[in-house]
Each structure stands twice: as C-alpha cells, then as structure tokens.
Design a binder for this molecule. Structure first.
Ligand code: SF4
Length: 294
C-alpha cells in the first residue's frame, strides 16, 4: 500500500465512520469550531458535546461571549475542567469582537496571537473551519503518523522537528484532501489507533502500517507522565470551591463559615482559594466570603 492508497483508504473510512459531532461537516461557524477545539483540549470530545451545544445556544458568537458576565461563563464551563480555559476563551472573544469585527482572522499569525490560542488550535481552525492546507499536529496525529510511516511510537512531550517534518511531508497537496487527511488521521488516533490498545484488527490501513508489520514494538511501554492522583489534589479542592459557588443563586456570596466547610485542610483550602483568586476565577471579599467574579 503506497502513501496515496493510505490517504484514499483513510478518506473512505472517514466518510463512513466519522463521529457525528455537531461542529463537524460545515454545521458550525468558525467561532463554533474554535470553541469546540478549546473545550476538547483536555476533555474527551464525547463529553464536550452537551457543553458545546448549550454554550453555543447561549453565546453563538464572539461578541455575545465577550459581553457575558464572568460568573455565567465560569458556571457554564461546568465540569469541563481547567476552568481558566473559560476565561481565556472569553478574552479571546473580546479581541475577536473588538479588533476583528466578530470574525475570526484567517491567518496563522493572527490566530496564534489571540489569547489562549496555540499552534494546534490555530492550525485546526485554519484546516477545519477555513479549509486551508495546513498540517494539524496533535498527540493523536503524531502517534498515527509515527506508527504508520516510521514503525515506532512517537515520544511524549512537544512535537519534535522530525514529527513536524513528517506531518508536512504526508499532507496531501490538494487543499480539500488535506482537510480530510487531518480529520481522518486525527479520528483514527482517537477511536482506532489509540495509545494503549490500538484496534489493528479493524484498522482500515493495517496493511500499510509499518508499526504493525514490525509487530508493534514497545506498545504500551512508552513513558508517559504518571497519571496524577486526583483525590486530595489542589485541582480537586479548586473544583469543589467552584462547584459550591456555581450552586449559589446569581450574585450571592458564600459566607466564610460555609467556605471553611468545603475542605478539612484549611491551609490547602486557603492556598487554593488564593490561586483561584489569582486566576480571576473567584473574588474574595474582606469578610472572608467568596463569590464568582462579576
Ligand atoms: S494497524 Fe494498528 S498501529 Fe497501525 S495504524 Fe492501524 S491501529 Fe494503528
């Protein structure tokens, strides 16, 4: 199977099996695509769907999000995790609405200059929303390309120059095919060619895969960062504080005694509240009570 056979097989597989996510197949605006990418950064796409739908119904464009009260934005982010992303997205919305008349810019340099937008998101928006020919490089794409074309696992950390070169080399010349290529390689990595248990038996490009041919060397041995225990972490405590504030009626504050009952270790609790305050996610009032920012 040569490189263009692999692209053709993947494209046919994409047509038949792509998950029907609401921001795909031209049904979302470029802004909607960007929101889906930001939400999916540290959260599984299937979990993102209900949040994305509610978010887009409420704030369909950058201008609407820019004008929303911060407390509502933090509350709507719900359990997506890493809530700073919500505030960065709102900052991004302000810039798009004020400096770009509510339309996302069409160039890599302008996109990457927006708050909270990195290389991956800028490339994903250019490819998926604007149909431009650009190599999108995320963990899934790196893993699939490395396995299929070099026969080895991609290493963790950020993309190496060799991985970038490979992604650029394999990107089809045709603009339209390049978009399908990005989407299909990424989807294959998400649902078939997963990190720990790739489903080679049902993989559409198994016969062209160098990794399978080499008997999947080192599968599962790749050193990944040990998964951080969640119980007892600052992330958990920060989440509990935000959850308590989200439950309050709008504009209400959480009294100091109720704040103190959120977590037993008061030193850790105070440190977490201070970090939430630093991140602009909560406001501490002089009497020790808390509220979501106005
Ligand atoms: S054959 Fe296996 S390792 Fe190769 S691309 Fe398919 S799922 Fe991944």
């Amino acid at each position: 199977m040569n490189d263009s056979d692999i692209a053709l097989r993947l494209s046919a597989w994409w047509e038949a099996h792509a998950r029907d996510l609401p921001w795909r197949f031209g049904r979302a605006t470029p802004w909607g695509v960007l929101v889906s990418e930001v939400m999916s950064q540290q959260t599984q796409m299937s979990r993102v769907v209900p949040y994305w739908q509610e978010w887009m119904n409420r704030w369909p464009d950058a201008r609407a999000l820019a004008a929303a009260p911060k407390a509502e934005v933090i509350t709507a982010w719900g359990r997506l995790g890493y809530p700073r992303r919500a505030l960065r997205l709102q900052e991004c919305a302000r810039v798009v609405s004020e400096e770009y008349s509510d339309e996302l810019p069409h160039t890599y340099d302008a996109l990457i200059a927006l708050p909270g937008i990195g290389d991956y998101t800028a490339s994903a928006v250019l490819s998926f929303a604007f149909g431009q020919r650009v190599a999108v490089i995320d963990t899934n794409i790196r893993r699939v390309l490395s396995r299929v074309f070099t026969g080895v696992e991609s290493r963790g950390g950020s993309a190496s120059p060799a991985e970038r070169a490979l992604a650029n080399r394999m990107l089809p010349e045709s603009v339209k095919r390049s978009v399908t290529w990005n989407q299909s390689v990424m989807e294959l990595g998400a649902v078939i060619c997963t990190a720990k248990s790739p489903l080679c038996d049902i993989c559409p490009i198994a016969s062209g895969c160098a990794f399978l041919k080499a008997d999947r060397p080192g599968l599962g041995e790749r050193r990944t960062r040990p998964r951080q225990r969640f119980q007892g972490t600052d992330r958990q405590v920060r989440g509990l504080v935000l959850a308590a504030l989200r439950e309050l009626p709008a504009h209400e504050t959480l009294a100091r005694k109720n704040v103190a009952s959120i977590w037993k270790d008061q030193v850790q609790l105070d440190a977490c509240i201070a970090s939430l305050d630093d991140d602009g996610l909560v406001e501490m009032l002089p009497d020790g009570s808390l509220r979501l920012p106005h």
